[in-house]
Each structure stands twice: as C-alpha cells, then as structure tokens.
Ligand binder design. Sequence first.
Ligand code: SAH
Length: 248
Amino acid sequence: MVYLTGAGPGDMELLTIKALRVVREADVIIYDRLANPDILEEAKDGCEFVYVGKADKHHSLPQEQINEVIYQNALKHENVVRLKGGDPLVFGRGGEEGIYLYKRDIKFEFIPGITSAIAVPEYAGIPVTHRGITVSFRVVTGHESSGKDHSQIPWENYKTDDTIIFLMGLHRLNKIANKLIEIGKPKDYPIAVVSRGTTKDEKTVVGTLENIWEKAKELPTPALIVVGKVVNLREQLSWFEQKIKKQS
Ligand code: SAH
C-alpha cells in the first residue's frame, strides 16, 4: 500500500493523526523538501528514508523519476509513505503519482494535509475569507512553465475582490503585481508575501501592488503571495509572529 500523504505546511503539529499513524507504521518514507523533516523522527526503527526533493542544487528530481521511485518501493515494501508538503493534491502532483500506481495495479490512498494556501495566511493573520470583505478565494500557481506564449491563468477573471493566493510565485512577484495593475486593480491594492509560514522563521511583508517587489524580493522560500483586502486584517490578527517574537 502506498499512502500519498500530506505533511502539512511546516508546523509539525499541523500533521493529521492519520498521517502520523502511517508515518509510524511505514517501512519506507519518500519525502521532499517541503515536508518538515522532524516528522521522520516518528518513524519506526529500520524504516528507510528516500529524499526526492532535489537532484542537485537547483533542480528537483523529474516527476516521472519520482513516480518510478514510489513504484519500485511499493514492489519491495508493505507500507510506503509518500510524504509531501501541505496537501498532496494542491499543486502537489499527487494525482500524477496516483495515476502512475493505478496503471501498475498498486493500491494507494490519499491522506489530505493542511494546505499552506490557507494555513500560512492564517498564521500570518490573514483570513482567506472574511464576512463583508470577500466572499471567495482562489489558489493559483505563480509558476507557469516558461516557453509558453499564452498565460493559462484567466487574469481577466481576477478583477473582483476575491482573495488570490499565489503558490510558487515569489520569483515572478513583480510580473504578477504588474499584471494585476494592468487588469485594473489600484496600484495601492493590498498584497502580502509570507515566507517560511508556520515555522519559527515565518516572516511576512505587507505592501501594495506597486511596491511589494522591492520590499519582498529578498525573502527566503518557500513563500506565498496573498492579494486582497483581507491583508489589512493582519494589523489585528497577526497572532503567530507576535508569539515567536516574544519567544526569541
Ligand atoms: N502541496 C503544497 C503546495 C505545493 S506548491 C500545499 O498544499 O501546501 C509549493 C508552494 O507552496 C511554495 O512555492 C510556496 O508558495 C507554498 N508553500 C509551501 N509551504 C510554505 C510555507 N511554509 N510558507 C510559505 N509558502 C509555502
């Protein structure tokens, strides 16, 4: 059995009870960069660990290769845990891994995880919805494969006041902010970048579409971008960063 498991956004305590159980029972854990490594300490003696985060300094292992690593381990072991940051199906490519296993007659289960898309803004004091401010939110990839002529993102739909959360977008923050101005959002529209959310290194930078790039471009990854009037609520709701400041 392969458990395609969400590890949550960083804070170890945001792991689900179910994920913790399969980690403790695992014969092998295949994990990547975003999963909190402290989770691995919960594994039983003799459990094997396979890191598929980065093949070298800059490149992750190609997905096809990761699929094959999972499959080969499933042939050898009874309990295989594929541990992924956040939720396995929110830009996690867990669906591809499931299909690869399905085609090879390997049984699998998904174990949902708390996604960074919601939890990281929440730790930063930014609710993704808030009565009277926004009635919906969108989670969007900020990383579109290069070489494409046309954006797959329906920018024209983003004129509303929906909260927009961009994952994998820090390196394109400037382009994203400019695009939002281009479709008609005010230059002083609120935007925030949250770096290393839910960990003791969490840092949030708040700005406007016009100045956020200058203010936030140096932040370390992983980082996500939140666009919307809910960002202003942070002044009252920033509980976590105040707590870690007191502790340090
Ligand atoms: N499946 C994951 C997302 C994978 S995409 C989930 O559900 O959370 C990877 C992106 O998630 C990163 O580029 C970053 O934008 C975001 N991310 C993940 N963990 C984060 C964290 N602790 N703080 C800020 N952003 C994070």
